[in-house]
Design a protein around this ligand. Structure first.
Ligand SMILES: [Zn+2]
Length: 479
């Protein structure tokens, strides 16, 4: 399951072997018991003191959740990982990402969104290849696993028609053992691109992912105002015809609203309603510049939202009204956003900043608590992506996406409140073990699925190549 590349195809990137060998991550059919002093199930069982989770290495499903002694007695032959000092949580859900930016972190912090798109994203897009997509995905995938992420909702954005570069994300996620959902964020503005090639990439990515065990597909619309009427209508119709769910951005910056009003006489959400987009199952990234009528529309159409606090702060985009949106009953997930706009893939930073920015903005320490943001990063994130039937909580029968925070380090030496300890104190070094669908992808702080040094080396080589091809010399010290 999810070992290497199940379709058996070879890619240009295969010249650099990043596998660490056979599937050492899957414990051939044996049951594992993960134990902790605090098990935060994020499900009906709530928090369990001195608890454990048992899961099956063969089918990747959770077999038992409860007190350690009870679970241990039910599976006496199982191997045990962890002890009473640790904290267990469900795998974290990164609900908005752009792995197309996997090779351009750490550039352009002084730019606002439109300038950043013009000076960085637009030059890079035509040069992205499937090989680069795979390399960037492996690099950021390693960073994600190391912060407890087990599932990522990605939108790959490029302007390289016919390259099928987005398929490289599928290659990379499967290779490193992450689950997720991938879309191709099509756009044909400001630079015209052939519509047939854009629509064909949705179909090709869907076909590629139909062979994947743990990575699903959505149709991507880069942004509502980055598509011509022709492409926007065709995209909505294509998604409706196939029954595909959709991933897009909405109301990230104020300029978007102004431009839309001038162009269409309504905001981008209004354009989406007119085109039938809101009749589909859509997850919207950002939703910062939304007013009460917009929130009413989003609520009535059962939409989902992803909040990306790091990218919002780096680009100075604004403060998402997270408490208001959640109070309206809209699921609000958390995302890192792309490697170019965040520029980290550390989900612990995302959770901490999500809470802090709301506390400060509202001058209210209750505005968004540690428990709120762990909920958003687990079960609420899974609900936003409509995968909460199998992910987001530690429950019998669900997929064994499990993260162990080890209590052997300075940050978790004692635990007064496990939620506050994880959100405000912990760092990636405290993430000791990660299982994705029962597969042990991080074992005692070591990645088992890839050769990490080879991943880093390959990413460095391709990042330099991308700087040269996209002529980023004025922005990058790698030129
Ligand atoms: Zn984004």
């Amino acid at each position: 399951m999810l070992q290497g590349r199940p379709d058996g195809r070879t890619e240009p990137g295969d010249q650099m072997r990043t596998h660490s060998g056979p599937d050492s991550a899957r414990d051939g059919g044996l049951v594992t018991v993960a134990r902790a002093g605090h098990v935060l199930t994020m499900g009906p069982k709530g928090d369990i003191a001195d608890g454990a989770v048992a899961f099956d290495g063969a089918d990747g499903l959770i077999r038992a959740v409860g007190g350690h002694s009870t679970v241990r007695a039910a599976f006496p032959e199982a191997s045990t990982v962890g002890d009473s000092r640790d904290v267990l949580v469900p795998g974290l859900v990164n609900a908005h990402d752009h792995l197309s930016e996997g090779l351009i972190s750490g550039i352009g912090e002084t730019m606002s969104l439109y300038e950043w798109q013009q000076r960085l994203i637009r030059p890079v897009g035509p040069h992205l290849t499937r090989e680069m997509a795979r390399a960037g995905t492996l690099l950021k995938g390693a960073e994600m696993i190391r912060s407890g992420i087990t599932c990522v909702n990605d939108m790959f954005v490029h302007a390289n028609p016919g390259s099928l570069a987005s398929l490289g994300v599928a290659d990379g996620l499967e290779e490193i053992g992450l689950g997720g959902v991938i879309c191709f964020g099509a756009h044909d503005l400001p630079d015209p691109l052939p519509m047939s090639a854009l629509l064909e990439e949705h179909e090709a990515l869907s076909e590629r992912l139909s062979q994947s065990e743990n990575v699903g597909f959505r149709l991507g619309i880069a942004t509502i105002h980055a598509q011509t009427n022709q492409l926007f209508d065709a995209s909505v119709k294509l998604a409706a015809r196939h029954g595909w769910k959709v991933h897009t951005h909405l109301a990230e910056v104020r300029e978007e609203i102004t431009e839309a009003r001038l162009a269409y006489g309504t905001n981008t959400l209004g354009r989406g309603v007119s085109a039938g987009l809101l009749d589909l199952d859509v997850i919207f990234a950002h939703c910062i510049w939304v007013n009460e009528p917009d929130i009413d529309v989003l609520t009535r159409h059962a939409s989902s939202i992803v909040h990306n606090p790091l990218a919002n702060m780096i680009l100075a985009s604004g403060v998402c009204p997270v408490p208001r949106l959640r109070a309206a009953g809209i699921p609000v997930a958390l995302g890192t956003d792309g490697a170019g706009s965040n520029d980290s893939h550390d989900m612990l930073q995302v959770m901490k900043c999500a809470s802090l920015v709301q506390k400060l903005h509202h001058l209210d320490p209750l505005a968004l608590t540690a428990r709120d943001v762990i909920t958003m990063a687990t079960i609420e994130g899974a609900r936003a992506l409509r995968i909460d039937d199998r992910l987001g909580s530690l429950e019998v029968g669900k997929q064994a996406d499990v993260v162990r925070f080890a209590g052997d380090g300075v940050r978790l030496a004692y635990v007064h409140d496990p939620y506050q300890q994880l959100v405000f104190c912990a760092g990636p070094d405290d993430v000791a073990d990660v299982w994705v669908a029962g597969r042990h992808v991080l074992a005692n702080r070591r990645l088992t699925t890839v050769d990490e040094a080879a991943v880093v080396s390959e990413a460095r080589r391709l990042a330099a190549e991308l700087v040269r091809l996209a002529d980023l010399g004025q922005l990058s010290a790698m030129a």
